[in-house]
Design a protein around this ligand. Structure first.
Ligand SMILES: [Zn+2]
Length: 105
């Protein structure tokens, strides 16, 4: 996911707005089409919140789970509340081909 300067070709971090080599303006890269947030039916441990978030935002599911468990222990319940909110608020994966968008109706 590297960004390259259009003027000099220097590789830049994807957050760069200006080339660090020549100072050219870096156009904001078009966002990836957002994968709709849902809790997958496969691969879930409790409610599928962690794997759903990790798949949607491209995070490592193991790290998400580790931070979630740490958060359960050390956040004084904030992460537990957030997890429950996600459990309630994030819809389950629609039935169909796993990982695919639901077919048009
Ligand atoms: Zn440049």
């Amino acid at each position: 996911m590297a960004v390259y300067c259009n003027s000099c070709g220097t590789g830049l971090p994807h957050t760069a707005r200006f080339c660090s080599n020549c100072g050219a303006n870096i156009p904001v890269a078009p966002q990836m089409p957002a994968r709709s947030l849902y809790r997958p039916l496969g691969g879930r441990v409790i409610a599928g919140v962690c794997i759903g978030l990790s798949q949607t935002y491209g995070w490592d599911v193991a790290l998400v789970r580790i931070f979630t468990v740490l958060g359960f222990c050390f956040s004084g319940g904030l992460v537990a509340i957030a997890y429950l909110a996600c459990w309630i608020g994030i819809p389950e994966e629609p039935l169909g081909i796993p990982g695919a968008y639901p077919p048009g109706i």
